[in-house]
Write a protein that binds this ligand. Structure first.
Ligand code: ZN
Length: 385
């Protein structure tokens, strides 16, 4: 049973671009938004949170996470408190109420999701890719070391379209909601192995026939073009080997309707913050956006073990995004890509997911990282101390 909750006396921003409503109330009943606005009355039988003038926005999406750290391995049997702490540190403390897991072991992610959805554990909605699919011999060097040698051969690395389609069907049958490809894989530092286009296309065709989306890790121009031509829906990163990815190439990607999660902090934190490395990546994201491309918020946490979103918002500002544009990445853009999977706007009937923020993120996007309270389906899943 979802609890009922009212957040009153907040500055409510129902959606990107909507005018702020001061001293407004959001009432959540049975896990869904029942009333919003300055005239919304609070029923006598619900828990009430005083927002104290803080900003209330819809719950956030993170479209690039991983449940691969050791803490998730025993998710089927671990104590509730331990899993809730992990979810809080990595996700709900940063406002995320819906996440897309782009590669993990379904033996841990599926039980984790079941325990959240049963109401036992407070946490975000999880869409999962299950295991990622690689080119033959194409497990990235930074992943290979963490896989036991006897398991390496069983990691999906289809050699031809028939094998690829069979693997895609198998992963969907396990319970995956999306599929994840490495159309360009760093098999060694500075060495990228592409996936063949027919293999990528076979996976995309199976996914699309089942109404599912496909993400790809592209790495460079070739990996990006394989993804684009194969019909991939979302680039899980911009290509960070930026050679040849000029404005006209970026416009071509946009014209194919491909979305992108920028994951800028991940590049900065795990590779380099030098301008020589980072500026070309920022330029690709800038070009993608000014060309009309759709950006989805995603940080690669789980792979990245520093979970703070602060630097990502700062880098998105450097790319030229303002508060409403970033809120779009966090809410309506992903909700449009995954209809029914999570919140877009705070309006009656929508999922009862919201975030309470210190400050005004429309004027100062760093406020998106100052989360005071996170609510999913009417349940408080994070409250700042
Ligand atoms: Zn990732």
């Amino acid at each position: 049973m979802s609890p009922d909750l009212a957040v009153e006396n907040g500055t409510v921003c129902r959606a990107p671009g909507a005018a702020a409503e001061r001293r407004a109330t959001v009432v959540i009943r049975g896990g869904r938004v029942a009333k919003v606005g300055t005239n919304a009355t609070v029923p006598s039988d619900v828990e009430v949170v005083d927002a104290d003038g803080r900003t209330v926005v819809p719950g956030f999406w993170n479209c690039h996470v991983h449940f691969t750290e050791p803490r998730w391995a025993p998710a089927a049997t671990a104590p509730r408190e331990a899993l809730e702490r992990g979810l809080r540190e990595m996700l709900t403390r940063w406002g995320f109420t819906t996440v897309v897991d782009l590669g993990s072991d379904p033996r841990s992610t599926l039980p984790l999701r079941r325990r959240i959805e049963s109401g036992e554990i407070g946490g975000p909605a999880i869409l999962t890719a299950g295991p990622a699919i690689y080119p033959p011999g194409g497990i990235p060097y930074y992943v290979r070391d963490s896989i036991p040698p006897d398991v390496v051969d069983r990691v999906p690395q289809p050699a031809d379209p028939e094998a690829a389609a069979a693997i895609a069907r198998e992963i969907l049958a396990l319970g995956a909601d999306v599929l994840k490809l490495f159309t360009g894989s760093y098999v060694a530092r500075g060495t990228i192995r592409p996936m063949s286009e027919p293999v990528a296309r076979a996976v995309a065709d199976v996914a699309h026939a089942a109404g599912r989306r496909v993400f790809s890790h592209p790495s460079n121009l070739e990996g990006t073009q394989v993804a684009m031509r194969a019909g991939v829906d979302v680039l899980a990163h911009p290509p960070d080997t930026a050679e040849g990815v000029d404005a006209s190439r970026v416009r071509e990607i946009v014209s194919h309707g491909v979305s992108m999660t920028p994951t800028l902090k991940m590049f900065a934190a795990t590779v380099s913050r030098s301008a020589a490395y980072l500026d070309p990546i920022l330029e690709i994201v800038r070009e993608f956006r000014t060309g009309g491309g759709e950006l989805l918020f995603g940080t690669d946490v789980g792979y990245l073990t520093d979970y703070s979103t602060e630097e990502e918002f700062g880098l998105l500002e450097r790319v030229g995004l303002d508060g409403p544009a970033i809120l779009r990445m966090l809410t309506t853009a992903p909700a449009g890509r995954f209809p029914g999977a999570g919140p877009a706007r705070l309006e009656p009937g929508a999922p009862g997911d919201l975030v309470l923020l210190d400050g005004d993120p429309m004027a100062d996007p760093s406020a998106f990282a100052r989360v005071r309270l996170t609510v999913r389906s009417g349940r408080v899943v994070y409250r700042s101390p």
